[in-house]
Design a protein around this ligand. Structure first.
Ligand SMILES: Nc1ncnc2c1ncn2[C@@H]1O[C@H](COP(=O)(O)OP(=O)(O)OP(=O)(O)O)[C@@H](O)[C@H]1O
Length: 538
């Protein structure tokens, strides 16, 4: 290996990249240029310098691997870096103070300001430049940290009416192809993403995004595709695959494919539809590859794949490697090659078996998935007293907006009946209700007209009710991934929130297991005379 004198951070970066190249373990397009530095020159701004520092330290970990392999003179093979030794970033090099620092177009910044979004969250600061520089990514950060805008903003900066100046956009109105496909596992989540995009587009440009979720009228959706010619579609896997197979949705030239809640999209019931989607969306090359010999960057001819979730079990890493092109793992204060993530210790089912989520149960949740501001408690109660304990819990914590999780619809309905009988404004939300009833209840809950929403796993993922201050598990979640998503309905975007799990004595071992797997303290508590009493653990 040729030795390079250490001149500067940028040069050191090139050295790392060069060494890695020699061993054939470059992480694809992770170069200065690819991260947005003009011509790969020495970075000048503070933001650019921070980026280099971060990328250098990321690559140094891999370089360390190379050195180790070299000294042992064994066959060089990409080797995953154990995650116990992650790339630590001292400060937050990607924390931008404003959206304009991230190079978003002026019209988009105007729209953000109009909607009251002034400062990007950490994960947005990290994800936006990485996606804008053409990388496939896995975005992982805790619930409620703003992952939706982390991918929506780079898409809107390339696609639709907000991408350029008003003058440029006279032309862009004529574009008719689908340019971004966003997949979400549930109708509710899909609609929520659509609303987030519509808010930014404004009433006059709403038609640029179209929902294609299941449970809604398919012919109306097809009619809207024909009539409005949207550039972004958001939908559930079944409906998108269905309309695409019928030849009514043309996505071959699509530039972005987003898989939101990717770990859930990997479950068995979505398998066929997901297969069709990843095989078809953006698969038609629109121009031949061009290669720049200096920087070894290939111009992208296929879609850019963006995969998102708060929980990233190893199954996601595997899927991302096969569906994405050298994907990069983007977290709140860290950007690293996906290669640096190794399989967590313990048994992991590597074959995509028939058991949905078997991987989720067997492999650890390998990243922080819970907001740090959350407080976790558990309270022991007999089965027949659980609803009464719930009621006392709501009063003791003086919670105003409460989401309660239960596992079985019949018991869920009973619980709502009991709460209402005791004077609490409570409603049920589950899959047995019609779609109209579901959206009406959700709207009322978001407006604060319902104090306690009793629901099941349907609402665990992605549901964004910003002022939810308490989550209660009346039935235990099936595993730590489900706990994380349920808990994440509160404490959104740095707000305070509490999670209370009501369990029987015989279930306490499950709570301890959750505590270990998630790396959080779940304190024992009781509700006495309208107050919460926290008990010291023996
Ligand atoms: N930069 C920002 N400034 C203010 N509010 C923001 C910003 N980014 C996102 N939000 C708001 O924060 C809330 C949470 O965002 P979002 O739903 O995207 O979180 P998430 O990380 O996807 O959560 P989950 O993992 O639960 O799906 C939303 O109401 C969103 O509008």
């Amino acid at each position: 290996v040729k030795k390079f004198p250490k001149i500067s951070k940028a040069a050191s970066f090139h050295q790392s990249a060069y060494v890695l190249n020699q061993f054939g373990i470059t992480n694809g397009p992770l170069t200065l240029k690819s991260l947005g530095f003009k011509n790969g020159n020495e970075p000048t701004t503070k933001f650019e310098k921070n980026k280099v520092r971060q990328v250098v330290s990321t690559l140094q970990v891999i370089q360390g691997q190379v050195e180790e392999v070299k000294s042992k003179r064994v066959k060089v093979k990409p080797k995953a870096v154990a995650f116990e030794n992650p790339v630590e970033i001292e400060s937050a090099p990607f924390s931008a103070k404003s959206f304009s620092e991230l190079g978003l177009p002026p019209l988009l910044i105007e729209a953000l300001e109009r909607e009251g979004f002034n400062v990007p969250t950490d994960v947005q600061s990290a994800a936006i430049p990485t996606i804008r520089n053409d990388h496939d990514v896995v975005i992982q950060s805790y619930t409620g940290s703003g992952k939706t805008l982390a991918y929506v903003l780079p898409i809107l900066s390339e696609v639709g009416p907000l991408k350029g100046s008003p003058i440029d956009n006279k032309e862009s109105g004529k574009k008719t192809d689908i340019e971004a496909v966003i997949i979400a596992p549930s109708r509710e989540l899909g609609m929520q993403i659509v609303r987030e995009i519509e808010k930014l587009l404004g009433p006059e440009n709403k038609k640029f995004v179209q929902q294609l979720v299941g449970g809604a009228n398919r012919s109306r959706q097809e009619e809207a595709l024909r009539k409005h010619k949207p550039v972004i579609v958001v939908g559930t896997p079944g409906r998108i695959a269905e309309i695409s197979s019928a030849g009514k949705l043309h996505t071959h030239g699509c530039r972005f494919l987003v898989l939101d809640e990717i770990d859930q999209l990997l479950s068995f019931n979505f398998r066929e539809d997901m297969h069709r989607i990843v095989e078809h969306v953006g698969k038609k090359p629109n121009s031949g590859p061009t290669q720049n010999s200096e920087t070894v960057i290939k111009k992208r001819v296929e879609r850019q794949t963006i995969m998102v979730s708060a929980t990233v079990p190893f199954a996601v890493i595997r899927a991302a490697r096969s569906w994405g092109r050298d994907p990069i793992l983007v977290q709140a204060k860290k950007v690293s090659p996906l290669e640096s993530v190794s399989r967590p210790p313990g048994p992991v089912n590597l074959s995509p078996g028939p058991n949905p989520g078997s991987d989720l149960q067997q492999s650890n949740v390998i990243f922080e998935s819970l907001p740090p501001s959350l407080k976790h408690y558990y309270c022991v109660s007999r089965m027949q007293h659980k609803v009464d304990t719930l009621r006392r819990c709501v009063h003791a914590l003086d919670a105003k907006t409460v989401i309660v999780f239960m596992n079985h619809t019949r018991q869920l309905k009973d619980a709502v009946f009991k709460l209402q009988a005791r004077g609490l404004v409570a409603e049920e939300l589950h899959g047995d209700l019609g779609k109209l009833a579901r959206s009406t209840i959700l709207k009322k809950f978001k407006k604060g007209e319902i104090r306690v929403l009793v629901t099941n796993e349907l609402s665990a993922r992605g549901l964004d009710v910003s002022n939810c201050d308490l989550v209660v598990n009346v039935d235990l979640p099936t595993d730590s991934v489900h706990y994380a998503h349920r808990a994440g309905r509160t404490g959104r975007l740095g707000r305070k929130g509490s999670v209370v799990t009501i369990c029987e004595e015989s279930e306490m071992f499950v709570v301890r297991k959750l505590q270990r797997q998630l790396g959080v303290q779940i304190q024992s508590c009781e509700f006495v005379e309208g107050k919460i009493v926290i008990q010291e653990e023996k």
